[in-house]
Design a binder for this molecule. Sequence first.
Ligand SMILES: [Zn+2]
Ligand SMILES: [Zn+2]
Length: 288
Amino acid sequence: MCDGPGAPPRPAPPSPPPGPGAPRRRAPPPRGPARRPKSIELKPRPGAPDVLDISFTFDATKPCLVSTFVMATESVRTMELTPAGGAPDRLPFPAGLGQRFEDPTGRHSLDLSRHPEPSLTSAAGSTYPLAIRLEVAGLGAGGEGLAGLPPGCAQEDWMQSHTTLAELVRGDGGAWSVRVLKQKIWHEGTPYELQEIYGLGAADGDAGAAGDDDDAMTECIICMTNDREVALLPCRHMCMCAECARIMMSPHNTSATRAKCPICRRRVHNYLSIRQEDRGRGGGDGNV
Ligand SMILES: [Zn+2]
Ligand SMILES: [Zn+2]
């Protein structure tokens, strides 16, 4: 067996062993019943332009409760969210795809006159200008429900939630938009932070999700034969098959390409196998 840089990559066996730098696989984080909000909008209220009404689209496969928070401080361990000025009640939604969150009472909104602009446009520490939480409306083992707990409460073992943490961006024309900083899920007492994998949509044959030519390909960028099946870390480019990643990371590879991402040239510390069966679980969200 030759792993030298000149050796042509061989077709990968069905389940190649992880390379020396490969992390041990953990069970993939679950794809929760409530999915990340999309198309988050902040619309100035007619007659009160300092008030921005929060709206967005989301998917839920179970009935869920939605809450929003302005200038909320997050406790990393329990995911408790403490907003500066309290939070409006959660709004209930049925299961359904492509639902639109809009609050007819106007309480899920952001009042620009109450917050200096610099605090809205950059998260400080664990305080986020805008947070959105989708919680599954389930009951705990003791029959207790979310309704009896305040919005943003510390998450209990029986809860499932998806939280988006974001800051605001002011466009040239003065319009406000949202930049998502983190997406986290809470599942069985554990918080997970979701990470985007660049090229995962292309590897699934969804070229429309890709931004450039490299992403539009579904084959390994090195051997042009096998499917893309590993994400390089920390850059998260999904551009290679497992065999080529193993060769690239091998200590026997003395070429200049050793441990460098072929797309962005960043040093690769590790790589993560994304197996075909995992893609159906997290692929749509681009989650690890
Ligand atoms: Zn390859
Ligand atoms: Zn890269």
